[in-house]
Design a protein around this ligand. Structure first.
Ligand SMILES: Nc1nc2c(ncn2[C@@H]2O[C@H](COP(=O)(O)OP(=O)(O)OP(=O)(O)O)[C@@H](O)[C@H]2O)c(=O)[nH]1
Ligand SMILES: [Mg+2]
Length: 421
């Protein structure tokens, strides 16, 4: 990988509209997947009676995904343009797997919305656009796919573009932040080269549009936040917490604080890939040793930050959530498990403050008695054990969460404000 700027890109859209095929094509065109691998996938797809899925198989690695020809879990892949190293997050379109799409979208800076020209806007096109907006996606590139199936017709393209614009207006997504491109992921039109089949189109091809996306806010502006994944004892070194730097810089010699355990010390050594390094940056997975901090003083779910600007610990916090799948209704007093960074803490929904109209983003009801599937709401939440979490507007990396109960993801959300302990 080059030392270009990094960004996470979600690929969203209705089932079968060609998301995985598009990602496979992008990886192929940028040289990230060699031709012989596509050939192997082609043979396997044909054996399974899934001819045409050779590009999708680059992303769909699970046996069940290949048999059914659908994406189930989110998959990550890397490719580069001149400006960026992209991590692509390929989301499933099938409605049963929307919870996986939420996880994918909450990790993304920008997104490509894939809409098939022969099928137009469909339920999960709407749902994904709504979630992308709720979870704070910046720009949207709308890829009008399968242009080969409509004979590269300009009027079919324009009709799809109009449908998508209506949808974006409904959810108040600024259409200034959206661009539209006619493509065929399968045939390779307007992906890496201008297509001869769309002479009527004079906009950017997909790779150019990706290259021109705005840069994500540099995460180094925020103070150090390093959620702890595990704590080891290593002979000769002592206590070694490990985790991924989400924001800021970890330097040897820094005075750091672990919250909510509330212990502090000086960083003696930082190790990455079994080598000692002087500092670690966002995205780096590190192990480090802190003078005076014992193995039982800190734990998974703690967040490490500067001693002079320690991670926030919430007494309560206010959040915007979207309810995805709950068997009945959510009322005040509901106490599911919140998954935020590496922490899992039972939290009580203390009050349901507002219900938001998903189609306008405006307040639909103050203090509703309950919320249910499909609802977006502002809620006040009280963690049952100390939890370190940050407002999404200040440190987005530490400001989103999933809510799980009964073995499934019920809802996802972003922290609006934290009432500190
Ligand atoms: N003709 C044509 N077929 C396409 C194109 N892109 C994708 N397909 C076909 O559409 C089908 C579904 O493609 P996928 O890439 O698996 O779709 P997906 O959006 O990833 O589907 P899910 O992940 O299950 O939501 C496959 O048979 C592809 O070959 C295209 O540009 N033209
Ligand atoms: Mg897919």
């Amino acid at each position: 990988m080059s030392d270009e700027q990094h960004q996470n890109l979600a690929i969203i859209g209705h089932v079968d509209h060609g998301k995985s095929t598009l990602v496979g094509r992008l990886l192929y065109e940028t040289g990230s997947v060699p031709e012989h691998v596509i050939e192997q996938h082609k043979e396997e797809a044909e054996e399974k009676g899934k001819g045409g899925f050779e590009f999708a198989y680059v992303m769909d690695n699970l046996a069940e995904e290949r048999e059914r020809g659908v994406t189930i879990d989110i998959a990550h892949q890397e490719f580069s343009t001149d400006a960026y190293d992209f991590t692509i997050v390929d989301c499933p379109g099938h409605r049963d797997f929307v919870k996986n799409m939420i996880t994918g979208a909450s990790q993304a800076d920008n997104a490509v919305l894939v809409v098939a020209a022969d099928d137009g806007v469909q339920p999960q096109t709407q749902e994904h656009v709504f979630l992308a907006r709720t979870l704070g996606i910046g720009e949207l590139i709308v890829a009008v796919n399968k242009m080969d199936l409509v004979d590269y017709s300009e009027s079919d393209y324009k009709q799809t573009v109009e449908e998508v614009k209506d949808l974006l207006n409904q959810v108040r997504f600024d259409t200034e932040n959206a661009s539209f491109i006619p493509i065929s992921a399968f045939e390779g039109d307007n992906i890496a080269e201008e297509s001869d089949n769309t002479g009527w189109y004079d906009g950017d091809i997909l790779l150019t549009a990706l290259n021109n996306l705005p840069a994500p806010e540099p995460p180094t502006d925020a103070p150090l936040r390093l959620p702890i994944q595990d704590v080891y004892t290593i002979s000769g070194i002592g206590t070694v917490p490990v985790g991924r730097v989400e924001t800021g810089i970890l330097n040897t010699g820094d005075n750091v604080s672990f919250q909510p355990s509330d212990v502090a010390g000086e960083v003696k050594t930082v190790e990455m890939h079994h080598e000692e390094v002087p500092k670690a940056e966002p995205g780096d997975n590190v192990g480090f040793n802190v003078r005076g901090v014992g193995k039982d003083d800190i734990r998974r779910g703690d967040v490490c930050g500067p001693a002079e600007d320690p991670p926030s610990v919430a007494e309560t916090f206010q959040a915007q959530i979207v309810v995805m799948q709950h068997p009945s209704v959510i009322t005040e007093g509901y106490t599911p498990v919140f998954h935020a960074h590496t922490a899992q803490v039972a939290c009580t929904v203390e009050s349901i403050d507002k219900k938001i109209d998903p189609s306008s983003g405006e307040v639909a009801e103050e203090n509703p008695d309950f919320i249910q599937n499909g609802d977006a709401a502002v809620v006040t939440v009280r963690p049952q054990k100390p939890l370190s979490i940050e407002p999404s507007s200040e440190i987005p990396e530490l400001g989103s969460f999933a809510i799980r109960d009964m073995g499934q993801t019920i809802a996802a959300g972003k922290v609006l404000s934290v009432n500190e302990r």
